[in-house]
Design a protein around this ligand. Structure first.
Ligand SMILES: [Mg+2]
Length: 371
């Protein structure tokens, strides 16, 4: 089998550019000479992703990805990961280039599964958890009353864990405590509650604020500090009992090694459409497992990302939680067949069809396609 074309697909379903990341998507469709195609996603700036895929070769270590992939055997997924990494090393290694590599890698795994007639979770070693435990992930609304209503609705839908993040969080101790208390009181003691602060504090502020949250028994506190403040993360994680989670911005095993070794956080959150695809996220998961550190995938993109992340959790003995983006974006709710679903037990059933086990609904793609 040979790769014949890398198709970039940019989708935009938001009214304005202020819409959150679930309202736009960069997808790739990798075409082959045998008619099998694979789909993947990068959670990043779509315009930049398209440029990285389509750029003509500049020189020996500054290739665009399509140039490196045409004519290659798509089943040799790990070798192609390395070829793309090395072929872009002069302008890449981290950040946007790894986001684009993530999309290609997910698409190649999809092709591998379709060629072999096996679901991705089987290719990854087998579904330890055929149904995975999702947590409902919301943007924090402006008021405690709205926060309580959102959390309560998720709990009533069957979710056993709920996270609210960003929005008004982080601005003042009184507002933060009012929001956290409202969520805890709305869902009762049995539901796990996570709070995502959104990169706004220093370590000392974070330590003070975590202590104010202690009566509300958070399962984790997410990203209180900027991602490069690894010493701050270490100080925080070493000082408080509440789990500290971070890592959604990071790419490659090398950045996660630093977060684990220098940042000493309790939970790492690789995003498969950002950190380096299935291939690299597996390596990151193995590092967490080696250290007996919890991991839970970050997910805030389209149904393609949601599904890819679910396969990783399903196939990992240490996979405990799946971020489940509660946005009503059509790029989540309508983009794929079969549609994503939470069953009556509050669990997410991982698709069992070949590859990712989903197909794009072409009418939805055409409706929202802008490039
Ligand atoms: Mg987050």
């Amino acid at each position: 089998m040979k790769i014949t074309r890398i198709e970039s697909i940019v989708l935009h379903a938001g009214e304005t550019r202020e819409a959150d990341s679930s309202y736009e998507a960069f997808l790739v469709r990798v075409h082959t000479d045998e008619g099998i195609t694979g789909i993947g996603e990068a959670l990043s700036s779509p315009t930049i992703m398209k440029a990285i895929v389509e750029a003509p070769t500049s020189h020996g270590v500054a290739h665009g990805f399509q140039d490196l992939l045409l004519g290659e055997d798509p089943l040799q997924v790990e070798r192609l990961w390395d070829k793309l990494y090395r072929g872009s090393i002069w302008y890449g290694r981290r950040g946007a280039v790894i986001h684009a590599l993530s999309a290609i890698d997910i698409a190649l795994w999809d092709i591998r599964g379709k060629a072999l007639g096996l679901p991705l979770s089987t290719l990854l070693g087998g579904a330890v958890h055929p149904r995975v435990r999702p947590y409902a992930s919301h943007v924090m609304p402006p008021t405690p009353r709205e926060a309580a209503a959102l959390a309560e609705r998720s709990a009533r839908q069957g979710f056993t864990a709920v996270k609210l993040g960003w929005g008004p969080l982080g601005q003042s101790p009184a507002t933060d405590v009012a929001l956290v208390r409202a969520v805890r009181e709305a869902v009762g003691p049995e539901v796990d509650v996570m709070i995502d602060i959104g990169l706004v504090w220093d370590a000392t502020t974070a330590i003070q604020r975590v202590r104010l949250f202690e009566p509300y028994n958070l399962y984790w506190l997410e990203e209180p500090l900027p991602p490069d403040d690894l010493e701050g993360y270490a100080k925080l994680a070493d000082t408080v009992d509440t789990r500290i989670a971070a890592g959604e911005e990071l790419t490659t095993r090398w950045e996660f090694r630093d977060l684990l070794e220098r940042g000493r956080v309790d939970v790492i959150q690789p995003d498969v459409a950002h950190a380096g695809g299935i291939t690299e996220t597996r390596r990151v998961i193995e590092m967490a497992e080696t250290r007996n550190t919890e991991w839970a995938p970050h997910v805030y993109g389209s149904a393609v990302l949601q599904t890819a992340a679910a396969h990783l959790v399903a196939a990992s003995p240490s996979g405990k939680l799946l971020e489940y983006c509660m946005s009503e974006s059509p790029l989540i709710r309508q983009l794929t067949t079969p549609p994503l679903q939470i069953d009556p037990d509050g669990l997410f059933t991982v698709p069992t069809g070949p590859g990712l086990g989903i197909e794009l609904d072409e009418s939805v793609v055409e409706r929202y396609r802008v490039a």
